[in-house]
Write a protein that binds this ligand. Sequence first.
Ligand code: ZN
Ligand code: ZN
Length: 313
Amino acid sequence: MENVAEMSAYKRGSNNASDFFKMNRGAFANTLREWGERLPVQQWTSFSSTTVRPTLVLMHAAALSAFFFRPTLRDLVLFAGFYLATGFGITIGFHRLLAHRGFECSRALTYSLAFLGAAALQGGPVWWVGVHRKHHQTADREGDPHSPVKNFLHGHLGWMFKKEGFAQHPALSRDLATDKFLMWLDRGPRSAIPWLSTALLCFMLGGMSGLIWGAAVRTVFVWHATWCVNSVCHRFGQRPHDTRESSGNVWWVGLWALGEGWHNNHHANPRAALHNYHWWEIDLSGYTLRLLERTRLIHKVIRAGRQKTGARA
Ligand SMILES: [Zn+2]
Ligand SMILES: [Zn+2]
């Protein structure tokens, strides 16, 4: 209560929102100006403390408002459609293609998958891949960006609230940094365009409830699916492969995260694009890749059997 006007309003018992905004107009303007000045400087990444923390908080708040919007069938279709599209953008695009080069495909398909991955609002492809390769390099040891071994919440989302969480790993994503389109998706405020375009589409097709379910709730569900792979799958689950970190196979994360929950399988054979070893290990991303392979849209799909179990990269 440093502001005198604010103090007197408080004493009067004023709870008028416009009074509050009038009193704090200067402070709001300064904050906005500071954000504006800082954004262009962040040429290196879409993922920075300035943008990510408020986005995380606001998106969860928007998703919680879904309790006031009973979903129509159209809202649920928007939710499921964008959940699968942006979820596969992360699992097939960012993870199995860009980070691990588990298969090959045309430039058009690569860019489409990268765009969908960026629409999941988990940072741009170059930054995401750098962090993920760092995770494989140092999994559950010093330097792992999001190990949950000492602190479960840190591994789930806490790491994004710490300064080290925004570290760059340019040496680990150099192969992608030469690509103009991927860099375009990765840098500055424009990296929000993929997500904003999905949100706009949801609003046009379903109004406010379409926006809440197809954009906010969907984004939060995809976030926690990815985060569960980082947290739950490094603390729990079965370990059929004796890998050096504590990764585990967790069936329900496998279902939720479109196949990424078979995480011990993945750490044992990181380059394999198909994560299941048995028919009962449901890997929706792997099934989609098989379909794309049959239709010749992708090729050179790396199978686990072709790589030595326990590979480190
Ligand atoms: Zn892992
Ligand atoms: Zn990986």
